[in-house]
Ligand binder design. Structure first.
Ligand code: HEM
Length: 454
């Protein structure tokens, strides 16, 4: 152990803490470790040193420390593209330049803005028809995944797919498999890449890799044109610069990152939202009463209504808090020796930042397990922002799609509730409301009846 390395549980030779890692709800287990070892816990995943950071003060400090903005090598990305590319798993100058470019172009394309609301409305209209014509109870995650992809595609490429297109449903299903099979720690293959050749068919890493290749093929076959055109122009401009980071592989890796990052998270947020409201019907009724008063039934809710829809806004904040799709950040890495809360973090250490430990802290939120939208309302009834609702991360590595995700989920969530009363199908018992871990947190199996509102 390096001197000053944060305290942590005992480890096995070669395997470190991996055999003890709870793959069911790792964010809860990692938080519990802080009861014994303090806010920064020193672990080993295989032979890789890894620290877990818990609690507001330590999380804030860690995410604002630019020496902790690297990413550990992601074995799947390297196998897929031959280098550590894209925007999510890259680091250093390549990441800075590519993230800046992507953010700038996404803003120009209308990410999260009024101009892209029409795209969301088009998609919601089709979704409402699909839900309205369904016989019996429905499973929402797949339907919402199709909406999430279609919205991303329409913004980046100017066109959407027909919702009946089987390829789209396959892609959503594939992403779901990838995200549930993956492990936030990277698992054993991160430490010993050759292991993926042992039991090649059954190894979860190969399930992930196979799925990622299929996502990649889908994107190649259907490249979203607007963003691609802008990117290809940039490649052309920089073609004589031998050190350019604008390459075709990088373009593909970036698009794959966006679709990977935006689909499961978007669908999970809304699925959890509807599930939680079926379990808290009085909240559903309050949201619907507010929608009836502010928007009525003859038009769809829009971003402009948001300030007047304070209770609906607060409800969505509460959904994000209590069941965030990303309870732990994408793994970070120390790019040089540094410290968090006085603990030494040597260069190349992996860092997992436990956002769950901030949004569920009982000392701050008092009754964190209670679903209570009122905690996001000011005494005068307006919606309250809370800097501790850091479900999109913080600092330079924070979520690139935050504006889009917030806007899309607000319009989808409110429109669904304006049009339907949702109730759980009792024939399909909900095993738990904690969700299913993987790379991100997904909803449990559940089915709902969607009854058009009279
Ligand atoms: C409710 C939905 C979403 C949640 C809760 C969420 C949350 C997060 C979190 C916690 C991170 C990691 C921050 C870190 O490593 O410190 C992240 C990264 C990222 N997200 Fe999201 N996200 C959501 C939707 C989206 C969407 C719709 C997109 C697509 C545009 C997106 C694109 C990304 C990208 C590209 C990164 C990597 C950024 C980087 O490494 O520089 N996310 N997100």
């Amino acid at each position: 152990k390096p001197r000053g390395y944060p305290p942590g549980p005992p480890r096995l030779p070669l395997l470190g803490f991996l055999p003890f890692l709870d793959s069911h709800l790792p964010h809860k287990q990692m938080w519990r470790l802080s009861d014994t070892y303090g806010p920064v816990v020193g672990l080993y995943f295989g032979t890789q040193p890894a620290v877990v950071v818990n609690g507001w003060e330590a999380v804030k400090e860690a995410l604002q420390n630019d020496d902790l903005n690297g990413r550990p090598e992601n074995v799947a990305t390297v196998i897929q593209y031959g280098f550590q590319g894209g925007v999510m798993f890259s680091e250093g100058e390549l990441w800075k330049e590519q993230r800046r470019f992507a953010l700038h172009q996404f803003r120009n394309l209308g990410f999260g803005k009024k101009s892209h609301e029409a795209i969301v409305h088009d998609e919601v209209r089709e979704l409402l028809k699909e839900i309205g014509s369904a016989k019996g109870s429905i499973s929402l995650p797949g339907m919402l995944g199709v909406s999430a992809i279609n919205i991303l595609w329409a913004i980046l490429g100017g066109n959407r797919f027909e919702r009946s297109d089987g390829r789209l449903w396959d892609l959503v299903e594939r992403l779901n498999i990838v995200f549930r099979a993956g492990e936030i720690s990277g698992g054993i293959v991160q430490s010993f890449p050759f292991l993926r050749h042992v039991f090649p068919k059954s190894h979860s890493f190969n399930t992930v890799l196979d799925g990622l290749f299929q996502v990649d093929n889908f994107i190649k076959a259907n490249y979203p044109k607007d963003f691609i055109d802008i990117y290809l122009n940039e490649m052309e401009k920089q073609k004589d610069d031998s050190s350019t980071t604008f390459t075709e592989k990088q373009l593909l890796a970036t698009c794959t990152d966006i679709f990977n990052a935006g689909t499961e998270t978007g669908s999970a947020t809304l699925s959890f939202g509807i599930l939680l409201l079926t379990l808290n019907p009085e909240v559903m009724r309050k949201v619907q009463a507010e929608l009836d008063e502010v928007v009525g039934r003859s038009r769809m809710p829009s971003l402009e209504d948001r300030t007047k829809l304070a209770y609906s806004d607060a409800t969505l904040s509460e959904v994000l808090r209590i069941r965030s799709a990303a309870p732990i950040t994408v793994p970070h890495k120390a790019t040089k020796d540094t410290t968090v809360q006085g603990c030494r973090i040597p260069a190349d250490t992996m860092m997992l930042v436990n956002l769950y430990s901030v949004v569920m802290d009982p000392e701050y939120w008092q009754d964190p397990e209670t679903f209570r939208p009122e905690r996001f309302l000011n005494p005068d009834g307006t919606a309250r922002k809370d800097e501790r609702l850091i479900v999109f991360g913080k600092g330079r590595r924070a979520c690139l799609g935050e504006a889009l995700a917030r806007m899309t989920s607000f319009v989808l969530f409110t429109t669904l509730l304006q049009n339907f009363d949702f109730s759980l199908d009792p024939a399909v018992p909900v095993p738990n409301t904690e969700g299913k871990s993987g790379f991100t947190l997904g909803p449990p199996e559940f089915r709902v009846f969607a009854k058009p509102r009279s």
